[in-house]
Each structure stands twice: as structure tokens, then as C-alpha cells.
Design a protein around this ligand. Structure first.
Ligand SMILES: Cc1cc2nc3c(=O)[nH]c(=O)nc-3n(C[C@H](O)[C@H](O)[C@H](O)COP(=O)(O)OP(=O)(O)OC[C@H]3O[C@@H](n4cnc5c(N)ncnc54)[C@H](O)[C@@H]3O)c2cc1C
Length: 393
């Protein structure tokens, strides 16, 4: 949506702006937009406050797959994403020169800013969207006060904090961020253009070839006519191999993952290299009257595992299930809020995301002989399973 259209939407929400909102959602990224849509769908009066009037070109998730698709369907949003994305169903998975297996599942590919555009278009007109920075939030059992950068204050019953990696408000609220790991996962993205005769695959995943090089995998998938690459390393942003890819493009990429050359050797290098380090963090002492923290503001997940959007969607589904009961009685005490963090579905999703991230990091970074043996055995077993499956069908 253009800036003008976004402002028009904001004006259309003017009616909601005059009335005190029951819920203020702070942050209009993936989690905040989905929350605003779902809570308005429950009949609540919602205001959405986002600091950036234009959709920022953030490097975040660029694909939707797995449990994200049924979750989007549950929230009535799947068709919007299907219409705006490039779908793929077949994945060739390689390690070095060898094909590990060929897997199938629906994956919807699109840039993050396009995901946010889809969502902002779906925010109903009765939601008052404000483009302003929230400077302060004061919470209590009987009401919350949200202060905007211009000094205006909004009184509400519930605040949903969906500010992603933003630290300022969390710090003001005294929400302590705890690191789960000392080293970040570095994600890299860039675009390739197709050779004259097109790509030889729908989607390709190439796993790290040498134990100890800390490369998890690179995923290559189409967005429109181009091929998008997401590379994940358990390293740090100063890694000289990343600088080399940024400066020299394909030759440096093939030094890191030689097995890629036969598959994409004749692609064109666009040069839109972007990298982003993600620390695995979670907030502690999060149960506060009148405040719910969702998405990356609550916990960042390892981007290599690809479940950050799942966590955000499960957060919203759990919140949607609770709000009716919360608003049926006075107050918004901590006992109500605690039910959100204790929701079995949320706890299960958060736990498996966290466990998967640690398993994955350990498997890739364990340089011992046993670690190398385990990785080799893992890929051999996958390949064998695939061949047996194909033989049986
Ligand atoms: C490089 C990378 C790759 C990833 N890949 C995947 C993947 O393949 N699959 C997957 O499932 N997940 C992936 N993730 C994780 C996923 O992208 C995130 O979990 C998800 O985008 C989090 O959304 P969010 O709304 O919580 O945060 P964000 O999208 O960061 O949104 C936060 C919003 O809050 C706004 N804001 C901040 N402070 C204020 C304030 N004071 N006032 C008003 N507004 C404010 C910001 O402007 C922003 O719009 C990846 C993450 C990264 C970083």
C-alpha cells in the first residue's frame, strides 16, 4: 500500500480514534498486524500504533510453510498470502555434490515487506491505525496509559506489545531480555537472476559441506521471476566469508558451498546482499497487569529453524481465545495475563522452537569426531529413507 493509501486507511479509522480503544497494539509488523486483525474480528475496539508510515524494508522471514499455513487459515488470512506469493512444492536437498533427498511441501515465498503490505490491507477500517512512535506505557490492573512521541496519551484496557527487536519500550517497562546463546545466528539474503534456459529446480536447499565451517544451509527459492537466497550461519556478523560474498558475489559463495556451482553457476548476481545477526533472546518477568508481549518482542527464534512466524501466529491465536473472557469481567490483572503465557499451545510451540534451535546449532557446530559422524549418519539416513519411499511408491 502506498503511503497515501496507508494514511487514507488511518483516516478511515478515525471513528475508532475518537472512542477510547479497548486494546492498543503497539507495532505494526507481522505479529502486530495479525493481532489487530484477529482482535478486531472478535468485536474488540482496537488501535494499532506503528512508528513507520511506510513499510520498512526489513530483512526478516521470506517464506511461509509448515504449520504457518494452517495457522493463517485458522485466522482467515491464508488466501491473501496465496494470492500475493510465489508458491513452490518441490525441494531438491543437497550436501556437497550429492542429492540428499527430494522433499515436498507447500511453501509461499514473498519478501517480508510484501507480507506486511498484505496484512496492512487486511486491517479492517474500524481499527484506528496511527503512525507514531510509542514513547511510554504505564500498566495497571484497572487501565493502561500509552504515550505517543508527540505527547498525546491514550487510555485503554489492554496493551499488546509487538515491537519486535525494538528495545526502548521493553527497557522502560522493566522487561529484562535474557540471551539464550552467546553467539548469534547470522542470516544473509541476496537475489539471483535466472539463466536463459531457466532453473533446473523449483527450490534448492544446500547444507553446509564441512563440519566446523558453521554453515547450516542455504535455501534458494523463486520470488517472481528471480531466485532468492537465504543463507544461515552460526557465526558473527564480522565473518570474513560474508564480506567476501558481499564483495565478490558468486565466486566467494562457491568457495563456501562448492556443491552449489553445478546448480546455479550460470545465474546472474544482482548484488542486493543483506545480512542480519539474530540473538536468541527471551524476556523474563513478563507477566504484568494489562500487558501482553507477542512475537519477537517476547522471544526471538533462530531464523535457520524458520519458526518465528509460527510463534507469532500461535501467540495471536492464543490471545484471541482469551480476550472475550478477559473483557467480560472488570480489571486486567496479572492472573488473566498469566493465562496467555501458560496457554498449552503457546508453551508447546515456544518449547519446540527453542529445542529445535539448540539441536540444530549443536549438530552444525560440533567439531568433534562424534559430531561429524552424527551429521554424516543423519544425511545418509535421510537419503536412504527417501530412496526407500520412492522405491515403495
Ligand atoms: C533474517 C531473518 C530471517 C528470518 N527467517 C524466518 C523464516 O524463514 N521463517 C520464519 O518463520 N521466521 C523467520 N524469521 C523470524 C520472523 O521474521 C520474525 O519472528 C517475525 O518477523 C517477527 O515479527 P514481529 O511483528 O514480532 O516483529 P517486526 O516485524 O520486527 O515488527 C515490529 C514492528 O514494531 C514497530 N515498532 C518498534 N518499536 C515501536 C514503537 N516504540 N512504537 C511504534 N512501533 C514500534 C517497528 O517499526 C516494526 O514495524 C526471520 C527473522 C530474521 C531476522
Amino acid at each position: 500500500m502506498s503511503e497515501a493509501a496507508l494514511r487514507a486507511h488511518s483516516e478511515a479509522g478515525g471513528r475508532g480514534r475518537d472512542e477510547a480503544p479497548e486494546i492498543v497494539v503497539v507495532g505494526g509488523g507481522f505479529a502486530g498486524c495479525v493481532a489487530a486483525i484477529a482482535l478486531a474480528g472478535e468485536g474488540r475496539k482496537v488501535a494499532l500504533i506503528e512508528s513507520s508510515p511506510t513499510i520498512p524494508d526489513l530483512f526478516r522471514a521470506e517464506k511461509l510453510a509448515g504449520d504457518q499455513l494452517p495457522l493463517l487459515e485458522e485466522l482467515g488470512l491464508l488466501d491473501d498470502f496465496k494470492a500475493a506469493s510465489t508458491p513452490v512444492e518441490e525441494f531438491v536437498n543437497i550436501r556437497g555434490r550429492h542429492i540428499v533427498d527430494i522433499s515436498r511441501q507447500l511453501q509461499l515465498n514473498m519478501l517480508y515487506r510484501d507480507m506486511i503490505e498484505v496484512l496492512r490491507k487486511r486491517v479492517p477500517a474500524q481499527v484506528a491505525i496511527r503512525y507514531d512512535r510509542v514513547e511510554d506505557i504505564v500498566t495497571g490492573e484497572d487501565g493502561q496509559r500509552v504515550t505517543l512521541a508527540g505527547g498525546e496519551t491514550i487510555e485503554t484496557r489492554l496493551v499488546v506489545l509487538a515491537t519486535g527487536h525494538g528495545e526502548a519500550l521493553r527497557r522502560k517497562l522493566g522487561l529484562q531480555r535474557v540471551r539464550a546463546h552467546s553467539r548469534p545466528t547470522v542470516s544473509v539474503a541476496f537475489t539471483l537472476t535466472p539463466p536463459a534456459d531457466g532453473f533446473r529446480f523449483q527450490s534448492l536447499t544446500a547444507y553446509g559441506e564441512r563440519q566446523g565451517d558453521r554453515v547450516d544451509y542455504i535455501s534458494l527459492f523463486p520470488i517472481g521471476a528471480d531466485l532468492r537466497a537465504n543463507l544461515f550461519l552460526f557465526s558473527d556478523i564480522e565473518d570474513r566469508r560474508l564480506k567476501a560474498i558481499d564483495e565478490r558475489g558468486m565466486p566467494a559463495l562457491f568457495e563456501l558451498l562448492p556443491g552449489l556451482r553445478p546448480w546455479i553457476g550460470d545465474c546472474g548476481w544482482v548484488g542486493d546482499f543483506a545480512s542480519f545477526p539474530v540473538e536468541l533472546c527471551k524476556v523474563e518477568n513478563v507477566v504484568r497487569p494489562g500487558l501482553v508481549v507477542i512475537g519477537d518482542a517476547f522471544r526471538t527464534s533462530c531464523p535457520a529453524v524458520g519458526t518465528g512466524l509460527s510463534c507469532a501466529l500461535v501467540d495471536v491465536v492464543c490471545l484471541r481465545e482469551l480476550v472475550g473472557r478477559w473483557f467480560a469481567t472488570p480489571g486486567m490483572g496479572a492472573e488473566k495475563i498469566a493465562a496467555f503465557y501458560g496457554a498449552p499451545r503457546k508453551m508447546a510451540r515456544d518449547f519446540s522452537t527453542h529445542a529445535l534451535a539448540f539441536r540444530r546449532r549443536k549438530a552444525v557446530t560440533d567439531e568433534s569426531r562424534a559430531g561429524e559422524f552424527r551429521q554424516t549418519a543423519y544425511f545418509l539416513a535421510r537419503g536412504l529413507r527417501d530412496r526407500l519411499r520412492r522405491f515403495a511408491s
